[in-house]
Design a protein around this ligand. Structure first.
Ligand code: SF4
Length: 364
């Protein structure tokens, strides 16, 4: 009996030491989407667990594992199956839930955009590793505009602009003005830098009917907030909230807390009651174990609902994971449709395997 002839691969992927829980799933899904049905991908891996996980993934995703070669490192040949089934249309009920805390947004309806990565603060838990010295990695307005155009054409409903501190981007007003006529925009800010000058002008230029500000405020009094975000930052955040509201902006407040500080949220709610921030405009979220944070919620494609996120240098699974290369979907932010398609393929596989335990981690 002769040795079976193996197909010549049409594409290759070097998975290195990654396992399916640390980024391989994203790069594998992206790579197999780039070949046609019936073509073969050669995956090189040094990670032994892939030998057990990949056959399950291939079966659930509708692909065929053709061969496994080697004695470590290994080469696996995967033949792509037919195109994935199109996503079901969003139902009105699900769309109504999009803005509800704790409910996963319909894929394609929300998009995060990092305007820049530098910041006037360097918070202890910053998932983006932002600081005054951080590489700005600023999003050019024309790239942001292209992303928003595609997002709107795909049925996008809501844009979230974050950073770094977005008001340090000198063209934030241009980015927001273009986006806001297409979709409602929320700008996440520490509210400390728009008190005067050019940044004040940018703030005042924004359409208060289309733009919401979400301000970080971790505690009712300065103690915890200043410990996490810097001395004096609490007072300036409160001042910034007052300024924005006096200009007519809807202001949401978001607190980021370590598990041991969760009890302090009650006092924050009481303070927000006093100043008239409604309950639906408040968010208490856990610290994510990303960026500067030495502890916190673990983020992975298996445990966190996707929140598609664009930076100037890529597309990512979630806005709190933009320092984690294993959660980068693409090294280019566009086309957005491909990012949504990769995420959809992964969700399809997860649904097929009836994965449970994925949580919603909303940042607004
Ligand atoms: S958490 Fe926000 S305010 Fe703090 S350093 Fe990071 S981007 Fe700046």
């Amino acid at each position: 009996m002769g040795t079976p002839t193996l197909p010549t691969p049409n594409a290759e992927l070097d998975g290195g030491d990654q396992d399916c829980g640390s980024g391989l799933l994203l790069s594998l899904t992206s790579a197999i989407r780039r070949i046609a049905a019936g073509q073969v991908l050669l995956l090189r891996t040094r990670e032994k667990s892939v030998l057990a996980d990949l056959p399950v993934w291939a079966r659930l995703a509708g692909h065929e594992l053709v061969a496994v070669q080697g004695d470590g490192p290994w080469q696996l040949l995967v033949r792509r199956g037919g195109p994935a089934a199109p996503a079901p249309p969003a139902s009105p009920d699900r769309l109504a839930d999009v803005l509800s805390t704790g409910i996963p947004a319909e894929l394609g309806t929300r998009l995060w955009l990092y305007s820049n990565f530098h910041c006037n603060l360097a918070c202890t838990y910053c998932c983006a590793q932002s600081s005054p010295k951080a590489d700005p990695r600023s999003m050019p307005p024309d790239l942001a505009a292209a992303a928003v155009e595609e997002f709107a054409s795909l049925g996008g409903k809501e844009l979230l602009v974050t950073g770094g501190e977005p008001f340090l981007h000198p063209e934030l007003d241009e980015i927001v003005a273009h986006a806001a006529v297409r979709v409602p925009v929320t700008v996440l800010t520490n509210a400390m830098v728009f008190g005067r000058g050019r940044r004040r002008e940018m703030l005042e230029s924004m359409d208060t009917a289309r733009v919401v500000l979400q301000v970080s405020l971790d505690s009712a009094s300065p103690g915890l907030h200043d410990a996490q975000r810097g001395t004096g930052s609490h007072a300036r955040a409160i001042d910034g909230i007052d300024q924005a509201r006096s200009l007519g902006f809807r202001v949401k407040v978001a607190a980021t807390l370590h598990e041991q500080d969760l009890a302090s949220a009650a006092a924050l709610h009481a303070r927000l009651d006093q100043v008239g921030i409604p309950v639906e405009d408040r968010l208490v979220r856990p610290v994510a174990h990303e960026g500067f944070a030495g502890a916190g919620l673990q983020i992975s494609v298996d445990t966190i609902e996707p929140e598609p996120t664009l930076t100037v240098d890529g597309a990512w699974w979630h806005p709190v994971a933009v320092t984690s290369k294993s959660l980068r979907i693409s090294k280019t932010p566009l086309p957005l449709a491909e990012t949504f398609a990769v995420i959809r393929d992964i969700l399809d596989v997860q649904s097929a395997s009836q994965t449970e335990g994925r949580h919603v981690f909303r940042c607004t």
